[in-house]
Write a protein that binds this ligand. Structure first.
Ligand SMILES: NC(=O)C1=CN([C@@H]2O[C@H](COP(=O)(O)OP(=O)(O)OC[C@H]3O[C@@H](n4cnc5c(N)ncnc54)[C@H](OP(=O)(O)O)[C@@H]3O)[C@@H](O)[C@H]2O)C=CC1
Ligand SMILES: O=C1O[C@H](COP(=O)(O)O)[C@@H](O)[C@H](O)[C@H]1O
Length: 496
């Protein structure tokens, strides 16, 4: 039976309300929650930025955002929905503006009976996060009778020190259970499925350790290049943009112990413990275990350095591959290989869990047998398809006795895909519920930065020979060599 949707009361304030993310992702996601019944009469949205818009224009922009995201949307419903939207021209660096905002917030609280519940979403450049958080507190915008929650986007700092400074600022205004650090990969269906797969299936969790697993591979592959985001991306690079957050979050879910209960607090405890046992490399170990790349031209794409607003001598990494090691009982000796990059062969995210081969290959005897056992591989397809695949060895049909790999496959069907919320819809819903399971805690962020900083510092001290991979490939040869030297190979690879 379909669950009856729970309706929530809340006032959303979107800082950066005229920006790309708000228009492209956030407002359409709110509309989906409205259509599902999670938002009804008792919600309002206040969009703010320096642009001098008015309510009518803001509502037109939101309507256009919904149409662009959901061409089949019920536009009559959208017409009613956007009436809950209000706009306030506001410069976050001007303290005086917060008094005006406070009056409007209190007016909307009363008008929509939102019970004083407030969600402040900072959809703007991270350099403003601390200042806004402190001003919200000092200028009296935090709710006295409802919940106040702060949602912030990545990147959370650019290294441990800047992240710590930012976190100290946020903590000056909000408690940890009021801070929702968004990592939209945690809103992806098959990332959330990791825990269902592991802790919902006895045979999976029984094998989920270094006695049965040989290595784990995580690939976040992108076909797109830097597009028009060089202003941000050339100062971030793939290591900060994708590894420190999305990949480290996936690694923590794959490596964690079973939580005491499936609550946000208990899951967070186990994710933090997993990241704490991740070996932080010395510079020499980082040099050995991590490789970087920058994409070069092919017959249809240009060099990264020839992309708009990219410096001609940019040393920025658009590709990273690395080997992670855990110093704990469950994973000692099992490498987690990770890789991510732009301008690769295709757009996909997948996790490949490679199991150990049988200790004794009885099929190798007598010599006349023609069998080569393939490794058992459990693949979790995160995108573009959502599903699982388990590679096993089976007898080849026929009179003789040979073996061949077969696959047990599950792929979400169309109906299931339609039922699957987009990441931002799910994460906004979690914020309304007050559920922090799918948000990064400060401890997770800090351990991830501690690990990544050693690698970034090493790379900043060297001048790389870029570009070093052709657009449309799966990255530099060094990425394959990273596994070959361990007598392993990427499960997903192109024939070079
Ligand atoms: N876009 C995306 O796909 C993704 C974005 N993110 C993150 O989301 C956040 C927003 O990104 P995005 O929407 O692309 O950014 P944009 O540059 O598109 O928007 C920035 C917003 O901030 C406003 N702004 C800038 N300065 C001020 C100020 N002083 N006072 C008030 N408002 C201000 C701008 O309006 P105005 O200039 O008129 O004030 C605009 O509304 C960033 O943290 C980014 O890292 C994360 C993942 C993906
Ligand atoms: O956070 C980011 O993620 C996107 C990729 O997200 P996806 O959901 O499309 O896989 C990436 O392109 C961007 O550089 C990064 O900032």
């Amino acid at each position: 039976m379909k669950n009856v949707a729970t309706e929530y009361s809340s006032l959303f304030t979107f800082f950066g309300g005229t920006g790309d993310l708000a228009k492209r992702k956030l407002y359409p996601s709110l509309f989906k929650l409205y259509v599902r019944g999670n938002l009804g009469e008792h919600f309002a949205v206040l969009g703010t930025a320096r642009d001098s818009w008015d309510d009518a224009h803001f509502r037109d922009v939101v309507t256009e955002s919904i149409q662009a995201d959901q061409p089949d949307a019920d536009m009559h419903a959208a017409e009613v929905f956007v009436k809950h939207f209000y706009y306030l021209a506001h410069d976050v660096t001007d303290k005086a503006h917060y008094a005006v905002m406070k009056d409007l917030v209190e007016k909307l609280d009363k008008q929509y009976e939102t019970k004083g519940n407030r969600i402040f979403y900072l959809s703007m450049a991270p350099r403003f996060f601390g200042e806004v958080a402190l001003n919200l507190k000092s200028e009296g915008l935090l709710s006295e009778d409802g919940s106040s929650r702060l949602v912030i986007e990545k990147p959370f700092g650019t290294d441990f020190d800047t992240a710590k400074t930012l976190n100290d600022q946020l903590s000056g205004a909000f408690t940890e259970n009021q801070i929702y650090r968004i990592d939209h990969y945690l809103g992806k269906e098959m990332v959330q499925n990791i825990q269902a797969l592991r802790f919902g299936n006895t045979f999976v969790e029984s094998l989920w350790n270094n006695r049965y697993i040989d290595n784990v591979q995580i690939t976040l592959s992108e076909k797109l290049g830097v597009e028009d985001r060089a202003g941000y991306y050339d100062t971030a690079g793939a290591l900060r943009d994708m590894v420190q957050n999305h990949i480290m979050q996936i690694v923590s879910q794959l490596a964690m112990e079973q939580p005491v209960a499936f609550t946000d607090a208990d899951v967070r405890v186990e994710k933090i413990k997993a990241l704490r046992s991740l070996r932080v490399y010395s510079p020499a170990e980082a040099a050995k275990n991590f490789v970087r790349g920058q994409y070069g031209a092919n017959d249809t794409e240009v060099d990264y350095r020839d992309e708009p607003n990219v410096p001609k001598d940019s040393a920025n990494d658009t590709f990273v591959a690395g080997k992670l090691l855990f110093d704990n009982y469950r994973w000692s000796g099992v490498p987690f290989y990770v890789r991510t990059g732009k301008r690769l062969a295709d757009k996909f995210t997948r996790i490949d869990v490679v199991f150990k081969k049988p200790l004794i290959d009885i099929f190798a005897f007598p010599q006349s047998m023609n069998t080569t056992l393939a490794p058992n591989v459990l693949t979790i397809y995160v995108e573009p398809n959502s599903g699982f695949s388990l590679q096993l060895n089976a007898k080849t049909a026929g009179q003789g006795f040979e073996t061949e790999p077969i696959h047990l496959d599950f792929q979400q069907d169309v109906a299931q895909k339609e039922e699957t919320p987009e990441p931002y819809e799910r994460l906004l819903h979690d914020t309304l519920k007050g559920d922090q399971t799918n948000f990064a805690s400060w401890n997770e962020v800090s351990y991830a930065w501690t690990f990544v900083d050693v690698i970034q510092k090493l790379w900043d001290s060297e001048t790389p020979d870029f570009p070093n991979y052709v657009s449309g490939s799966m990255g530099p040869a060094a990425s394959d060599e990273l596994l070959q030297r361990d007598h392993r190979s990427w499960i997903y690879r192109l024939n070079r």
